[in-house]
Write a protein that binds this ligand. Structure first.
Ligand code: PLP
Length: 291
């Protein structure tokens, strides 16, 4: 259950919680959030309490939602239309409620994307850089899905700090290019404010927002076809919310000659998300009949 890209951010966020002697982890997201499930796993493993503020209402258990319930997280349901700013208010309210109960909460923003979580992907680039050396790759395009922006910020900060010659191409699964370019830069400048010894250059961002489809958590048939095809060709699972959209964007852009990097080696960052398949079983079944 401790899988996916949020684990890399939570490694640093959990350390922050322990350093501050917190007793509760509180975070927010979609009902099927990978990040919320991963946070609940970390809390259980560390013996901390956990509250998840989820967009949606109590429903049939499946996917990440089933796991979050199994992990005994306290769940607060909010409207599906709740905005990011409203979630920030909900998180602050939750922190106060826990304080009244004599508990100290660490509130983690959506996706764990802040100046602490970003270290997860700065560290990931350090590993990646060693992998690249071992495989004689001197220059590469790193491709991944971007949703709350922290992975994107971390990867771009990572290639800057570890001097890796790479283009990071970020396929958006919600929100537009302008949003991500600002959000990633914001995470980076908040980090620099805490660590003035870091270089003052802005990070580079390259966001592609052409493959969001019908919206966050909703995918067209072409995404399910790509999922089904990659599973049978390579034994690799993609999910319809994140990796499926990024991978579909990558192969479509390559085929039409508009991929945003000239690097001949491409590294696809698989960010997890397998549990996101289960709430979409009927769409997967339909794809099996097509491909
Ligand atoms: C959250 C998530 C992403 C996006 O990462 P962000 O840092 O939120 O942009 C990509 N893939 C999967 C499977 C995720 O759960």
């Amino acid at each position: 259950m401790l899988t996916g890209n949020k684990v890399r951010k939570l490694e640093f966020l959990a350390a922050e919680a322990l350093r501050r002697e917190c007793t509760v982890l509180v975070t927010a997201g979609a009902l099927q959030s990978n990040h919320c499930r991963a946070t609940a796993v970390v809390a259980a493993q560390l013996g901390l309490k956990c509250e998840l503020i989820l967009r949606g209402h109590e429903q049939e258990l499946s996917g990440n939602y089933l796991l979050s319930r199994m992990l005994n997280a306290e769940i607060t349901y909010v409207s599906r239309a709740t905005t990011g700013d409203e979630m920030t208010v909900h998180l602050a309210d939750a922190e106060k409620r826990w304080a009244e109960r004599g508990e100290k909460a660490l509130t983690i923003p959506i996706g764990g994307s802040d100046d602490v979580g970003i270290w997860g992907y700065i560290a990931a680039v350090e590993e990646l850089s060693e992998d690249m050396h071992r495989n004689d790759l001197s220059r590469a395009a790193i491709v991944h899905a971007t949703g709350s922006g922290g992975t994107q910020a971390g990867l771009n900060a990572g290639i800057l700090l570890h001097e890796v010659d790479a283009d990071v191409i970020s396929y958006a699964v919600c929100d537009d290019k302008a949003y991500f370019n600002v959000k990633a830069q914001e995470d980076w400048s908040n980090l620099r404010a805490r660590r003035p010894e870091l270089p003052s250059a802005p990070i580079k961002t390259l966001t592609n927002d052409s493959y969001i489809g019908p919206g966050y958590g909703k995918a067209g048939d072409e995404i399910f076809d790509t999922l089904a095809e990659l599973a049978r060709l390579e034994g690799i699972t993609l999910d319809p919310v994140y990796t499926g959209k990024a991978f579909h964007g990558l192969i479509t852009d390559l085929a039409s000659g508009v991929f945003a990097s000239s690097a001949s080696d491409i590294i696809f960052m698989h960010t997890g998300g397998v549990f996101g398949i289960f709430p979409h079983a009927s769409a997967v079944e339909a794809a099996l009949g097509r491909v």
